[in-house]
Design a protein around this ligand. Structure first.
Ligand code: PG9
Length: 620
């Protein structure tokens, strides 16, 4: 209890000083609003905060957002998504812009607007890159006392707009920081390998209200859930098609999601990943290992820029954060029950983000700042490490095979066996023991998974007690050999760090949480089995035919300490994080009927010929 009391005092004092510092800093700025003309005549509403002190020229640091640059959202610098106190004190011309078609800007909005190819750029067509280019041109010509250099940053959707400025970037755009950027909506936010993130349902409303529409609170009220028990709410709702009553026809997200269940051209042309070539600005990508919304985006954007642009300054930071935590300072960084330390966000803002922008926008763009290629937080040791590459060149691939009796070993299985379970959509595995009907599930990714391990419809494969530390650093592949009695199924793989049963309540948890036998989830992912061969062309299973299901989990950096065990959990429902698979193949699950939802008997094979395993990258 004393720890919590101490925390409360620290946090209160911290808030008071930060708010005072923030108000002092904001007082040092003049605010002006402009409607900037784009090449096609559309005007984008842009707010500019200029330092009152004119004794020196300042770089421009911009954010483009769909969440309102003005009074409604982060544009009013007091908002938590404003710049850090360090950048404000260092002095920049801060710019916030409503993207095309949002809030006070003209034009029509397009969800993850497709990026123009090189050939398309000679016409009068526009995309987010051309809008950023035109905005920079106008700012350099019309805003006083700048130093000719421009930076761009943003978190989540604004992170996408940062990355979307990289193709054919303006020559004065010198530093870009996509933070928790959406890379591709089929693998970020609403989908995970074809499964729909049902728990993310309120997120589709975030665009359902604007300056003249219902507020989010009013919209939430319209939903008027009788209970805040998210599991029961979505069980009562039944098949996805019943969600129509919650979403208005104007909820374009919902219309796009249900009309495009496969990775078709609609989603493919909205991905920024294929366009990350000829990148000229320096890039600092930021993400959180426990980001339930955008984890594919930061990792894939960093790796793609690295692959396509070996000469470009391109770095990544991955901390012990959920979505956007690094822009806020909670005092103590906690995910679920796990306490990772104090002032981690402030440390990052001061020692990484500030160093990056000051170097390229205030100092010399011809040298590199004193930052590593990859600044990564080990979520097992609870400490930062610097790497020259990510994934680390020194990491080696290692296979862990599923065995009979629920063992997990490094040797290929013998014998001719499988493990079976019945997956029942009317009794799905909860994704957490605390499922509230809130905006999005932000903290489940480090939950204790003991409750799941004890269910008959969750398979567990567990290693021996580790005789020494083992650090997983890099990518993860799941290679399953499965069969189902039906014609479709979801396959969820969870990587669990099992703490020793006699584990004392050590410093790494909140007071009052006993870590003895805690099953800490360190990575998890799902694939909708119909997409095992192609996300664009789904394919049913042949009942009871042994089938390979191979898919990538997102990277991790986690030390499993000596005395711990590694456990793999396999299940076919994960509710209501994702929607339920009827397990009877239907063309579009968003249109499935109640009768389509059937029990299925699944088998996971562990034989010499059909060996199921996970492949991980391990530091020597
Ligand atoms: N990536 C998050 C999001 C995308 C779309 C709808 C709602 C949320 C985000 O921008 O926070």
């Amino acid at each position: 209890m004393k720890h919590c009391y101490k925390l409360l005092v620290f946090y209160t004092l911290f808030l008071m000083t930060t708010n005072w510092a923030l108000s002092q800093a904001i007082n040092g700025y003049d605010k002006a609003a402009y409607d900037i003309p784009m090449r096609d005549g559309v005007h984008l509403h842009t707010i500019v905060y200029s330092p009152k002190d004119l004794s020196q020229p300042y770089p421009i640091l911009m954010q483009r957002t769909p969440y309102s640059a003005g009074p409604y959202g982060p544009g009013n610098m007091k908002n938590k998504l404003g710049p850090s106190q360090f950048l404000m004190n260092d002095g920049y011309i801060f710019v916030y812009q409503d993207v095309r078609g949002r809030w006070m800007s003209e034009g029509s909005y397009d969800n993850m607007r497709p990026t123009l190819s090189k050939s398309e750029r000679n016409s009068n067509q526009i995309d987010e890159s051309t809008d950023t280019y035109d905005t920079i041109e106008w700012l350099l010509a019309n805003i006083k006392n700048h130093n000719e250099k421009v930076g761009l940053w943003g978190i989540s959707y604004p992170g996408f707009y940062s990355a979307a400025a990289l193709p054919f970037a303006h020559p004065n755009l010198k530093a870009v920081s996509p933070q928790a950027p959406i890379g591709d909506f089929y693998f970020d936010d609403f989908h995970h390998n074809g499964a729909y993130l049902l728990s993310y349902w309120l997120a589709t409303s975030v665009f359902g209200y604007q300056k003249d529409g219902p507020t989010q609170e009013a919209w939430y009220g319209m939903v008027n859930p009788e209970t805040n028990d998210g599991y029961q709410f979505f069980m009562d709702m039944g098949p996805l098609k019943n969600a129509d009553k919650w979403y208005g026809e104007d909820n374009f997200f919902w219309q796009q999601l249900k009309n495009n269940p496969d990775y078709n051209a609609f989603w493919q042309k909205r991905s920024i990943i294929p366009h990350l070539k000829e990148v000229k600005p320096a890039v600092l990508t930021v993400g959180g290992w426990f980001d339930a919304e955008d984890l594919y985006g930061p990792l894939t954007i960093y790796k793609t820029i690295e692959k396509n642009n070996p000469e470009t300054y391109n770095t990544i930071v991955m901390g012990p954060w959920s979505h956007g935590d690094w822009s806020r300072e909670p005092g103590s960084q906690v995910i679920s029950n796990i306490y990772f330390g104090d002032s981690i966000s402030t440390w990052y803002q001061k020692n990484i983000e500030r160093v990056f922008f000051n170097h390229f926008l205030k100092e010399s763009e011809n040298s590199n700042p004193a930052l590593p290629e990859a600044y990564m937080f080990d979520t097992g040791k609870h400490k930062w490490e610097k790497f020259d590459d990510w994934p680390p060149k020194e990491s080696q691939w290692k296979s862990f095979y599923f065995q009979e009796k629920g063992e997990l070993t490094e040797v290929t299985p013998e014998g001719n066996r499988f493990t079976t379970y019945v997956s029942d959509p009317s009794n799905p595995v909860p994704y957490s023991q605390d499922i509230k009907l809130n905006f999005t599930p932000r903290k489940y990714m480090a939950d204790d998974q003991r409750f799941a391990a004890r269910r008959p419809d969750v398979l567990t494969f567990t290693s021996e007690v580790l005789s020494q530390d083992m650090t997983l650093a890099g990518e993860v592949m799941a290679n399953l050999k499965v069969a189902t009695s039906q014609t479709d199924a979801d396959w969820v793989v969870k990587i669990i760090d099992i703490f020793p049963g006699d584990q004392p309540n050590h410093a790494y948890v909140l007071d009052g949480v006993d870590m003895g036998n805690y099953h800490l989830m360190v990575r998890s992912e799902v694939i909708r089995g119909r997409y095992r061969e192609s996300f664009e062309f789904p394919k049913p299973f042949v009942p009871d035919q042994i089938t390979a299901v191979d898919f990538r989990l997102q990277d991790l950096f986690h030390t499993f300490k000596k005395g711990h065990k590694i456990q793999i959990q396999i299940q076919s429902t994960w509710f209501p994080l994702i929607d339920r698979n009827p397990q009877k193949y239907v063309q579009n699950i968003f249109e499935a009927e109640e009768a389509d939802f059937v029990k299925a008997t699944h088998r996971v094979f562990h034989t010499e010929k059909f060996a199921s395993k996970i492949e991980v990258m391990v530091l020597p």
